[in-house]
Design a protein around this ligand. Structure first.
Ligand SMILES: [Zn+2]
Length: 96
């Protein structure tokens, strides 16, 4: 990241940076939800969803350090949001 040349056209730089920030934000929020959970991984580095056992796409593992498939992760996130909103009290409260 030390190669950014601010003399270049801003339009060229804006999109990739925006995407990177977005990806980091997603990764951070996912990690904060999953930080206490050990991934279910085989000896080849393939990961399997902790909830349904489906194989998690490698790209998802690489970017998000995911321990769940998209379906189960979004379901869990919805539940966590309810908890964070004070509907239900859990240990997620401390990460707000
Ligand atoms: Zn799943």
């Amino acid at each position: 990241m030390d190669q950014i040349d601010y003399g270049k056209d801003d339009a060229d730089m804006a999109l990739p940076l925006q995407e990177e920030f977005l990806n980091r934000g997603i990764a951070l929020s996912q990690k904060s939800l999953q930080r206490t959970e050990e991934p279910d991984e085989d000896e080849n580095g393939n990961r399997f969803c902790l909830d349904c056992g489906q194989e998690i796409p490698p790209a998802r593992v690489q970017i998000l350090d995911a321990v769940r498939c998209t379906h189960c992760a979004s379901r869990k996130e919805r539940i966590a949001r309810l908890y964070a909103g004070g509907v239900v009290k859990t240990s997620y409260d401390e990460y707000d």
